[in-house]
Structures are given as C-alpha cells and as structure tokens.
Design a protein around this ligand. Structure first.
Ligand code: ADP
Ligand code: MG
Length: 697
C-alpha cells in the first residue's frame, strides 16, 4: 500500500513510500535508487540471527553479539563539547543486568523513556577497567518486532539500520507484482525459483526452526549460495552473455582498412628496444599484427603478470598503426601512469619521428585545448592520457587504435566510449589481473585473448617476508643497508593521514621518523593530494637516484616502473587485498638486483590474516594469489565482487558462480536465433544496470 492507500507498483517513485518525502527521495536518488523496484533489488549484505534471547544470568563473552530483552534503568545523558553526547544506563532482564552505552545517538533516551520493555541487539565490549558493556545496540519495542532473522543492508546515504529496513519492508509486497522476465520453461529447465520468490526469500528468509539446520541455512545465505541468489546471478550473467554475444557479432561484420604490418619487423624492433623480446612477447605481437592486418576491427585482451613487459608490446602495436598513417590513443588509469607511459613511449619512438602528446585532467585548460585541436585536425597522431580522453570534446581525425592499460580499473562502458570516437578503431586492452584463462574467455566474452606467460630473462623472484612492529628497527637497518648497496626503496602506506576510523599506519605520521632514522637518504613523498609538478618531481628524483626512498600511497600500485627499485616495504599490509599486494610487489624486481618485499603488520594480527599474508610470502604467481584471495575473502562479501572482470556485477560472483557463466553463455547462444529470450532482453534494463555498456549495441 502507498501512503494514500493505493496499491504500490514496482515502477513507483520512492515518494510513494511512508516516511519518504521529496528530500529523502533525493538522497536515495543520489545513490542510484529511484523506484520501489530499485530498493527491492538492494539485497541484504548479511543477516543477523536475532531469534535467541540471551539471559543476563549467564556469563557473556566480550565481543559477542547478543539479543537482550528487558528494561533500561538509571538512564544518564551527558553532553560533551563538540555536540557529542553519551547516553548510558543499565539493562535489566529480571535475571541480571549489564551496562549499556550509546555514543552520539541524539534521541535514544527519549525512546528509552517510552518503552517499559525492549529488545536490544548489539555487541558486548570490554570497557576501560575490564567491565563489560553493551555498545550502541539497536532497540526495538517488544510489541513491534518478535525475535527473528534480521536483514542488514548496506547504508544508502543517511539511511541505514532499522530505518532502511523499515523502508525496504514496505516494498516487499511489490515483489509479487513484479513481471518475471525469464520464461517459465527456462525457470523449470534450470530448476530456478521465480523472481518474486527469490526477492522475498532474500529479504525475509524462511529458515528452519532447528538450531543446527538454521545455522547451516544462514551460512548458505551469507555465502550467496542457494537457489535465490542463484536466480538473480543467473539473470545477470545471462544478460551479460547476451550483450557480449551481440557485441561480438556486430563487430565481426564490420570491415576496416587492412594495416600494413611488415613495417614493424624483427630488425626494426631490435633497433628500437634496448632488449630482446621474450618469446611470449613476440608471439603476442604476432597475434596483434595478424588482427591489424585482417581487415576486421581488432578487440584483443593481453594478459600478463606484473613485469611481463606488456608496455613494449603495446608500443610496437602502436608504431605499426602510426606508420600506416592512423592516429593512436593510449589510455592509463592514473595520471602518474599516463605520465610514465608518455615518457617510455617517447624513448622507444624517439628514432621513428613520432611525437607523444599528453592529455590529462591536470593540464592547463589552454594546453588541453591545443591538444584537442591537434587531435581533431590530425596534426597530433599519438596521445597518451587518462579518462580525460573520454570527454565529449575530444575528437579524432582518424583514430585507428585504442590501447587501454590496466583494464581492471576501467569499466567497459568507458572503454566503449573511447572506442566510439573512431569509426571502429582497433582495440587493445592490457591487464595484469590474474583471471584463470577459461574465466577470462567468458568474462571478456567480446575480446580475443593473448597471454604473455613468460617474464624477461634474468629476473629473480622477489623475496617476501612478513615482519611485525617489534622488529621495525631491524627492518630500518635492512633499508639502510639496501640503500648503501645502491638499492632504492618504496614504502607504501594504506592511508595518507592518521584516521579515527581506520587503524593503519599513515604516511604523514611516519614521515618524520623515517627521515630521522635515515638521515643520509634522499626521501621523497608521493600521493594523490600532490599536484602534477610535485608528483613528477618526486618520481623523477627517485628515478634518477637523487632520492633513494619513496614514501607513497597506492598511487604506485599500477605500472610505476623504476627498474633500480629493489625493495618495497608495505605498511599495515593486512589492509590490502592479496592481489593488490602482488601488484604492489611488482614495482620491484624489474632490474638485475635481488629484490625484497617486506610486509609490515600489526603484532596482534589474527591467525587468518596472518595466513593470508603468508600466501604472498610463499608465492610469486599472480593466479595462485588471486585464488587464495577469493578463498580467504570467502563469505564476507555477499553480493557481486568488483575486482574481477569488466562488469560491476551486482548479484553474480564470478568465482562462486563460475559454472553459471558457461551455462548462461551457451543459453544465450542457443536462444539468439530461437527468440526465446526476446521478452527477457526487453525487460532487462528494468532489472539490471550492470556496467556492460549495451546501450550502443
Ligand atoms: P608490465 O607488463 O607490468 O606492464 P612493463 O611493460 O612495465 O611490465 O615492463 C617491465 C619492465 O621490464 C620494464 O622495465 C621493461 O623495460 C622491461 N622489459 C620488458 N620487456 C623486456 C624484455 N624482453 N627483456 C628485458 N626487459 C624487458
Ligand atoms: Mg604495465
């Protein structure tokens, strides 16, 4: 029912819901939620089992989450400077009592006064002095809500907790009225529940009464296993497969001029590069050149672990296209990387007469205008940039090739936007994201795949160690020795400034003590808040050796290439994903020197966190690390993961649902001609807003 009693429909605006006025609707719209259906598709992140009331006559452990039923007595309200407010009291359930405290819950005491008996759900923590207290519990009137499984949603703007739950609850009856886009025959064939049922069960699961069986069912929900998640993931992956299929079909029907590839042959490569290509690089260059010469637009993904030499291959592909008279755009995910690529390309192409132009957001407006002008009239032939290259105002005279570096940082839509700047330019995408081959082929379903599966010769595996705070002085000694021996050292921090919210080492906090500990060393700072000149200076001094230590944030994560760097210290290493650590570690070990990586961690690191980090110490294989990363990440993330693949999947998890990927791909191919999926495809945009850029297909 809507606020005025009419029946609520999936497409209704959120203002139809009780408690949502125009202002709240605006907040939700800013989060991408505009209709009742949008909220229905906002699935719980996890569930709390609030079916068992804990009695205060039994001992409670610090750290546990409990549901109490009782009254709150002795309520005190204390106002502190800075509009801070602390409310505390004593929960009494007739069998015992426990201290309770709320920090900055402005109105909680008024609600406490209204209710003689409450449910309180929250975590018990140890207070100073060792006594236990319940901290910031949610409260419910006993009359309001019986103990139950409570869905917990990701916050939407200022809506969270109980308030968001109340809003989404109102939407649930609408699930019954949702049109199910998947034909019933297909639902039956794959044993899938209906969309309505899936949505209902995910928001309000019906779990078995029996304690053990309920725990198992809950665990399955948390993993995102089970038929209801499967149904949503199925639709999403099917939508994706259909889009990929039609895009690939569309492209293979286009004809483009054949590019003469013989201009970049082995002897030319030898002249231009200071090293000999590895066998894998040569093979991949051959695959690219075959595409360029085929008369059809290339769409190729080059995958290679960090340091495998993707840039050199891309440079030679670019040269091939430049020499045939077309323009080339090279896009990097960060300014830092764009600047570095521009420099590398200038070196490699110095003898060829091609000039490298740059287009990034931090260039002066006049400079940007000049580059845009030259790209439009064709005087500028090769441009390296960031997403600034997507702007509408950027036009090319004759764009022949688009190269996208470190694809995992870009959505497909962005890639598409750039590709659309030419009629149908060739497309080369490079990534170090270690996706198993079979998965890559399906996820990047519209791209052909080349793999650089060999590292340049003479590389020694980086030696990686886990060290704890107690041995910091030894680590500093190690750094000092490394510098004395001619090495250069990255120190990477998860955050720039100390933070109340994140317990982690901060760059600005450490800077003084690092300078003090290494008085003879040149020390530079690099992070996203610096401007372009400061950044370039820092990197240049580190590159030319006038600085031997670079304190940085993860801006150095992708692609930064300083071959003399021989050591990387990663502070608060447990703050990073394993694949990210591997990527960071790839900054060293690019030269002849034995390289080292030290993962610094907190002394009270948990057992599991420790085992995660040990995987990185043990293995130098990106694929192995990626799989371990997923395993450890486990049930934490309920809905889609973003770090893999081009699409920001909302429901599907490419690892968990990997068998589905192939099933839906086959189904999409099967139905493309039969028309069984016409209704599905027509209704897709209602249910799925995944970033797969089908608008143009
Ligand atoms: P990535 O694949 O991570 O992008 P890069 O292209 O940055 O790797 O290359 C890593 C380093 O290896 C660079 O310093 C590059 O000059 C060097 N390199 C690339 N190919 C070779 C090769 N065949 N022989 C020796 N060094 C190479
Ligand atoms: Mg690279």
């Amino acid at each position: 029912m809507t606020a005025d009693g009419a029946e609520l429909l999936p497409g209704d605006p959120l203002t139809e819901l009780k408690g949502i006025g125009p202002k709240s609707a605006e907040t939700l719209s800013a989060e991408g939620f505009n209709t009742v259906l949008d909220l229905l598709l906002h699935l719980p992140r996890r569930y709390e089992d609030r079916t068992r009331v804990t009695g205060l006559d039994k001992p409670i452990e610090a750290g546990s989450w409990v549901l109490l039923r009782g009254s709150v007595t002795g309520v005190r309200v204390r106002r502190l400077p800075g509009r801070k407010i602390i409310v505390d009291g004593l929960v009494d359930d007739g069998r015992g009592n426990l201290k309770v405290v709320w920090f900055n819950h402005r109105w909680i005491h008024t609600r406490l006064a209204d209710e003689p008996e409450l449910y309180l759900y929250g975590q018990v923590r140890e207070a100073r002095g060792g006594s236990l207290q319940l901290v910031n519990p949610e409260i419910e009137a006993v009359s309001d809500e019986a103990p139950r499984i409570v869905p917990v949603y990701r916050r939407l703007g200022r809506f969270g907790g109980r308030r968001l739950r109340r809003i989404i609850e109102q939407c649930l009856p609408v699930a019954d009225g949702c049109h199910d886009p998947l034909p019933e025959t297909l639902q039956k064939r794959f044993g899938l529940p209906s969309l309505n049922e899936a949505l209902r069960e995910l928001h309000e699961p019906n779990l078995p009464e029996d304690d053990t069986r309920r725990a198992i069912a809950l665990e399955e929900l948390h993993r995102g296993g089970g038929p209801y998640h499967l149904r949503l993931a199925f639709d999403e992956l099917l939508a994706f497969a259909c889009a990929m299929g039609s895009r690939k079909a569309a492209r293979s029907s286009v004809r483009v001029p054949k590019i003469k590839t013989s201009v970049v042959d082995e002897s030319r490569v030898r002249e231009l590069l200071p090293f000999v290509l590895t066998g894998a690089q040569r093979r991949v260059l051959g695959e690219i050149q075959a595409d360029l010469g085929s008369g059809k637009p290339m769409a190729r993904l080059v995958q290679g672990d960090v340091g495998s030499g993707k840039t050199a291959v891309a440079a030679l592909a670019m040269l091939t296209v430049l020499d045939s008279g077309h323009q080339v755009a090279f896009m990097a995910p960060t300014e830092l990387l764009a600047e570095q690529h521009a420099r590398t390309l200038s070196d490699v192409l110095a003898a060829t007469g091609h000039t490298v132009h740059q287009l990034t957001g931090s260039l002066l407006a006049a400079e940007q205008r000049r580059v845009r002008q030259e790209l439009a009239d064709g005087t500028a032939r090769l441009v390296v940039g960031t997403h600034a290259l997507f702007q509408e105002s950027v036009k090319f005279r004759d764009l022949g090739l688009v190269v996208v570096d470190e694809q995992h940082r870009f959505g497909v839509t962005q890639r598409q936007a750039l590709a659309e700047k030419g009629k149908t330019p060739h497309l080369l995408v490079m990534t170090a994201t270690p996706i198993p081959r079979s998965l890559a082929l399906t996820v990047y379903g519209d791209l052909d795949l080349s793999v650089i599966d060999e590292l340049p010769p003479g590389r020694k595996a980086v030696r990686t160690h886990l060290r704890f705070e107690e041995s910091r002085s030894k680590v500093i000694d190690f750094v000092r020795d490394e510098i004395a021996a001619g090495g250069r050292v990255f120190v990477v921090y998860p955050i720039i400034d100390l933070s109340d919210e994140i317990e982690a080492a901060a760059l600005t906090d450490h800077e003084a003590s690092v300078r003090e500990a290494l008085p003879e060393a040149g020390i530079e700072i690099l992070h996203g808040r610096l401007d372009r000149t400061q950044r370039e200076e820092a990197i240049a001094r580190f590159r030319d050796g006038s600085a031997q230590v670079l304190l940085a944030t993860t801006v150095v994560e992708v692609g930064v290439d300083v071959p003399q760097a021989s050591m990387i210290i990663i502070e608060s290493a447990h703050r990073f994903g394993l694949s990210q650590l591997h990527q960071l570690r790839g900054r060293v070990g690019r030269g002849e020197r034995q390289a080292w990586c030290v993962l610094m961690a907190d002394s009270h690191l948990g057992e599991e966190a420790r085992r995660r980090l040990e995987v990185v110490c043990r293995s130098n294989d990106g694929f192995e690390i990626a799989e371990a990363d997923l395993e450890f990440r486990g049930p934490g993330e309920l809905t889609g993961i973003r770090q893999w693949g081009p699409a920001g999947f909302r429901f599907a998890n490419l690892f968990r649902d990997r068998t589905l990927i192939n099933v839906t791909k086959d189904l999409a191919a099967e139905c493309q001609s039969s028309g069984d999926l016409d209704d599905f495809l027509e209704n897709l945009s209602t249910y799925h807003r995944v970033d797969i850029g089908w608008a143009g297909d």
